[in-house]
Design a protein around this ligand. Structure first.
Ligand SMILES: Cc1ncc(COP(=O)(O)O)c(C=O)c1O
Length: 400
């Protein structure tokens, strides 16, 4: 009998033994403030559905109309078999929304990073990457073959020292090209990259600057235009990566920036060249999301009101919500088993709150937490119910 996969069986058993095996719950309802999870109605504190758009009637209608007009599948990659007019329209509208020359869409934010980084830098180059950057940035960096140098999290001073050390003082340049890449909002802690300071370094050193705004899109800036708008850095950041899978409520990734960068990605972005695009209903729903964002700031305002209220109340209860300055609300608990016990107690009746524990290796050892994702879809009653559940479990487990 073959033993080729025995090692996998052993690895899986080891994960289970350490409490690190990821069991995925099944959702049987549309996204929203409340979900049916594993057969039970629960208050949803897990999704990245920041603006409540994932089941918004306008997006659903747009998707249904697109199915009628275009069917369900793109049938081939865009570069070989032509591109649907909806994708072209979406890219134009995204560029206008972001205030840049051009935009290109991908199947996901993850793919946008895998496409972009290797198209910009290669073996003869260097990447300066924030130590806590998202996995898709890390994988994009690795795929590029460039030398990867991590700088301390959100530290422009360390970035500057790192560049100086790498470039050396020799008159001969060590590298052909360089790229600085950072998350805009860090997804586990909810803190925001010091982009103005990072930009100043990129400008002085003449280095390409790329920001992944997956958690800033639809959240930061005027009407959710993202981190570049938030800091007033229009025209200064070379590459803005975003996702259409979080605040936009659909699925897909986007890169926004100069026309020349977007033209290059259409020629050299491998997930664009060798993988089919999101479907027509996805693109149509994203267009409907843009309509809503451009028409009013109401949803973004409600998201921030909800986040401020929830965070202030959690602090008043005595919880440590870390360094977040965005709607991402980590509830710091320390050890992974405590975080898991907390999450289970929240899920059990009568609390019925769905909030997942996050532990190593997603966050460092000893920094396990429950990550609460606040949404514009939550009513004040929903938030109060969640707060009550946190208070009860927090006292039971002697966290507060
Ligand atoms: C910073 C960052 N980049 C990229 C992604 C991937 O986005 P998508 O789900 O659209 O692939 C995520 C999602 O977790 C993220 O947090």
């Amino acid at each position: 009998m073959s033993t080729k996969t025995d090692w996998i069986t052993q690895e899986l058993a080891s994960l289970k033994q350490q409490g690190l095996y990821n069991t995925i719950r099944t959702i049987e309802s549309p996204q929203g403030a409340w979900l049916v999870v594993d057969g039970k109605r629960v208050l949803n504190f897990c999704s990245n559905n920041y603006l409540g758009l994932a089941n918004h009637p306008r997006l659903v209608q747009a998707a249904q109309d697109a199915v009628k007009q275009y069917g369900v599948g793109p049938a081939a990659v865009r570069s070989i078999a032509g591109t649907m007019s909806l994708h072209v329209e979406l890219e134009k509208r995204l560029a206008a929304f972001k205030g840049v020359e051009a935009a290109i869409t991908f199947q996901s934010g993850f793919n946008a990073n895998l496409a972009t980084i290797p198209a910009l830098v290669g073996r003869e180059d260097v990447i300066y990457s924030d130590r806590l950057n998202h996995a898709s940035i890390i994988d994009g960096c690795r795929l590029s073959g460039a030398k990867i140098v991590a700088y301390d999290h959100c530290s422009p001073a360390h970035l500057k020292d790192t560049i100086a050390a790498e470039q050396g003082r020799s008159t001969e340049r060590l590298y052909r090209r360089a790229l600085i890449v950072t998350d805009g909002v860090f997804s586990m802690d909810g803190d925001v990259a010091p982009l103005p300071e990072i930009y100043a370094i990129a400008r002085d050193e003449d280095i390409l600057l790329m920001v992944d705004d997956a958690h800033g899109e639809g959240v930061l800036g005027r009407g959710g235009r993202g981190i570049v708008d938030h800091f007033g850095l229009h025209g200064k950041v070379d590459i803005e990566v975003g996702t259409l899978s979080k605040a936009f409520g659909v699925v897909g990734g986007v890169v926004a920036g100069k026309q020349v960068v977007v033209d290059w990605l259409r020629q050299r972005g491998r997930p664009f060249l060798f993988s089919s695009a999101v479907t027509a209903p996805d693109a149509a729903a994203c267009l409907a999301a843009l309509d809503l964002l451009e028409a009013s700031t109401e949803l973004v305002d409600r998201l921030w009101d909800n986040a401020k209220y929830f965070k202030a109340e959690m602090k008043r209860l005595g919880f440590d919500t870390g360094v977040s300055t965005t709607p991402i609300t980590p509830v710091m608990l320390g050890e992974a088993p405590l975080a898991q016990q907390f999450s289970r107690a929240l899920f059990d009746a009568p609390r019925d709150v769905f909030a997942m524990a996050i532990g190593y290796p997603t966050v460092p050892q000893g920094k396990a937490r429950i990550r609460v994702m606040i949404s514009a879809a939550h009513s004040r009653d929903d938030l109060d119910q969640g707060l009550e559940a946190f208070a009860k479990v927090g006292k039971e487990l002697r966290v507060i």
